[in-house]
Structure formats: C-alpha cells, structure tokens
Design a protein around this ligand. Structure first.
Ligand SMILES: [Zn+2]
Length: 128
C-alpha cells in the first residue's frame, strides 16, 4: 500500500477521533506545563521530556490542554520505564493503545493526561 495513502488515512482517522471527543489540536508549543494547570510562558516550561516522545501532540478542550499524545514506532522496557518515570514525577496518568494515527500499523499511541482534569473517555477502547 502507498505510504502517502496510509499517512492521509491515519490523519483522517485522527480528525474523526478528535471531533468525536471534542478535542482540538494545539497549534502552539507542546509541553507538559499546560497539563499541570499552568499556562506555559517559557520560563515555567517543563518541556516534553523523555524517550517516549515521538510525533507528540497537545490536545485542547475548551481551550485548555487536557491531553498529550505521542506515537512512537514501539516501546521497549527503557521507553516504558521513562514514560512511567515522567508520569510519576509530574503526577500524570498514562496509557498505551494500539489505535494510533501516525502511519497506523507502524506506531503505538501513548496518552498522557492529568487525572481528574478531563474524563478520559479516549480510553474507552482500552477499557472495553
Ligand atoms: Zn512549555
């Protein structure tokens, strides 16, 4: 199959997913600061640390960051450990799904969010 077709189908699925969940992709700077309830002004930026970060995006609901997604090509023990370390350090939740949108079939989806900030209904397929 044509890689450009796979890419565009994945992005179409991402748009549908975001619309269904009422999420808007942030066009701004992607970092964890917004998830922690602060507006990132650069000085308070905690960045997007970790080897789990690839094809990362920040998602807004009602104008506020509620979710960061990352779509690496896979995750070994070091990657998963780094993800857990990041989430424990910043008191964030995370989950991994096989439903990814960046070249679907070649990447996994990592979700990172602040517990209680937003109902994590994007996890319905994981929890089903
Ligand atoms: Zn920042």
């Amino acid at each position: 199959m044509d890689i450009n077709l796979i890419r565009s189908e994945g992005e179409d699925k991402r748009k549908a997913w975001a619309a269904e969940l009422g999420l808007k992709r942030s066009r701004g700077h992607t970092c964890l600061t917004g998830l922690l309830g602060e507006h990132c002004n650069g000085h308070n930026c905690v960045g997007l640390p970790g080897i789990w970060v690839d094809h990362a995006m920040m998602w807004l609901r009602g104008g506020h960051p509620v979710l960061v997604t990352s779509e690496p090509y896979g995750a070994n023990m070091e990657v998963l450990g780094d993800l857990l370390d990041t989430c424990r350090r910043f008191d964030l939740k995370c989950a991994v799904s096989g439903e990814s949108f960046y070249l679907p079939g070649t990447t996994i989806m990592i979700y990172v969010w602040k517990d209680g900030v937003c109902e994590p209904n994007w996890l319905r397929r994981i929890e089903a």
